[in-house]
Write a protein that binds this ligand. Structure first.
Ligand code: BES
Ligand code: ZN
Length: 465
């Protein structure tokens, strides 16, 4: 937690605004009632039908929203228009990413052979010319340095078995030894799909099943000369533009604490998945919290954010945090992140921090959860957009469920599995939390209250998948 937000925490604690579920039970009725009166002013505005409509529009109306694609851009414009309609200041923040585009044609043919092969191009394999790369196949064992020391693959195609070294090491070794292409076969059952990366020095590489690989090896062991043609056509690393949406609710001009709260959710999905739960649900909740709070008088700047390219490695949130000045970071109270908050098929609601420790965000929400719902459970997870905020010293937590639903990252992550009530519940808790921090009219009663001693919650370490 950064210096100035520590002040916020201690002020909130002194004001009795932060309590753990255990402390909540000890809280006196007058203060509880006062806090609930403030909660009610804002949470009564939360409309689960509106949240659901956003999830519908994003996951059915728009559909798959992979970062850098037309689908993501439609989602970005939809979200920006929603925030604009609430009177917020909206900025669309572009950033570039490098991603791998799948090839349009992948094949492997062995001359003078009736072998029928179903090769898969490795992700990030360099492309071949349209006519492919032809050459003699040589067996290079496991593709380690000792294999290439005893095998001449210069200008040839290396046949390598999976195992012992990483895919990247094997293909880099083959490229360094002068191979023109690599054929790799599995060491277990099933097809071999694998990934290289965007930075190594590779040659075109395809994966085969174990049976397919052993048939080629069999021909070599019989002393035959095997000539192959590898085609990986049209794929490669491409630069694309993804976007974050930044909607700001400025504080009241005469009542400005100078502090900032963030409410974030990623809007992109993985390829093939309409991402109703992951993460149209998080965006829907985010938009509804923004609407509920947009007309309230607040003394703290609130930034509603949706991020692109979370699924490609938290790229949007990392980019956003990299644009914050030191002054902005110092003024940051914390970040509430929503990721997968809609599924009927997931487990209990959890709030996760990156380090497994409580902070101003979890404490405020723990307190609000007791007032407006039931106590939230804690856990430790990164894996989402709260991570870059945490890394920058800003208190952050992600709201989700454990265990995750079976539809996670599947084409079946569709609107049918979405629960309006689950989204409404988390929207109520976080709306009350945000308003608690940002509202300007904290009553004297609460200010004079002696804060209960915080109780260290037991963080759970549940596997989420
Ligand atoms: N929504 C998921 C996973 C998740 C669930 C994170 C609950 C946090 C709380 C997220 O979009 C995701 O798939 N993340 C990736 C990692 C990321 C760094 C690419 C993952 O978990 O594999
Ligand atoms: Zn997600």
């Amino acid at each position: 937690m950064r210096k100035k937000s520590k002040i916020v925490v201690s002020c909130l604690m002194a004001a009795g605004l932060i309590i753990t579920p255990a402390a909540a039970a000890q809280e006196g009725p007058p203060n509880q009632q006062a806090a609930q009166a403030f909660d009610n002013k804002v949470i009564k505005k939360i409309d689960k039908e509106r949240i659901y409509q956003h999830v519908y529009d994003l996951s059915v109306g728009i559909g798959i929203r992979v970062a850098g694609t037309e689908g993501e851009l439609k989602a970005v414009n939809y979200i920006a228009n929603q925030y604009r309609s609430m009177g917020l200041d909206v900025e669309i923040q572009p950033f570039e990413l490098k991603t791998y585009q799948s090839p349009t044609e992948v094949s492997l043919t062995i001359s003078n052979s009736a072998l029928s092969l179903s090769p898969r191009a490795f992700s990030y394999s360099p492309a071949t010319p349209a006519e492919g790369i032809g050459g003699e196949v040589v067996y290079a064992g496991l593709g380690g340095p000792s294999d290439f020391a005893k095998t001449d693959v210069e200008g040839k195609i290396a046949l390598i078995e999976r195992g012992s070294y990483t895919f990247i090491e094997k293909v880099e070794n083959a490229a360094a030894a002068g191979a023109k292409a690599v054929i790799m076969y599995n060491n277990g059952s099933g097809p071999l799909s694998a990934s290289l990366n965007s930075t190594g020095k590779f040659v075109p590489t395809v994966g085969l099943t174990r049976d397919e690989g052993l048939q080629i090896l069999g021909q070599l062991e019989e002393g035959q000369s095997v000539e192959a043609t590898v085609k990986v056509v049209g794929g490669g690393v491409v630069t694309r533009t993804s976007h974050n949406v930044i909607a700001t609710k400025k504080p009241h001009k005469n009542h400005d604490t100078g502090q900032i709260i963030y409410v974030g959710s990623h809007h992109d999905s993985v390829p093939g998945a309409p991402g109703a739960s992951d993460n149209a649900s998080g965006v829907g909740v985010n938009l509804e919290i923004a609407r509920a709070i947009s007309n309230m008088q607040t003394d703290t700047e609130i930034r509603f954010l949706t991020f692109g390219a979370e699924e490609l490695g938290l790229l949007g949130s990392s980019h956003y945090v990299s644009t914050l000045t030191e002054d902005e970071k110092d003024r940051s109270v914390g970040m509430f992140n929503f990721d997968m908050v809609g599924s009927k098929n997931a487990g209990d609601m959890i709030m996760y921090t990156v380090d497994g420790k409580r902070n101003v965000i979890t404490d405020t929400a723990a307190s609000a959860s007791v007032r407006v719902s039931k106590p939230l459970t804690y856990g430790q997870v990164g894996r989402s957009d709260h991570q870059p905020f945490h890394d920058a010293g800003i208190a952050a937590a992600v709201y989700s469920y454990a265990p995750l639903e079976p539809q996670y990252h599947q084409p079946t992550d569709t609107i049918e599995h979405i629960s309006k009530e689950r989204m409404e519940n988390i929207a109520r808790i976080v709306t009350a939390s945000v308003y608690q921090i940002a509202r300007k009219d904290t009553p004297a009663l609460e200010k004079s209250r002696v804060a209960p001693q915080p109780v260290e919650p037991e963080f759970e370490n549940r596997p989420i998948q």
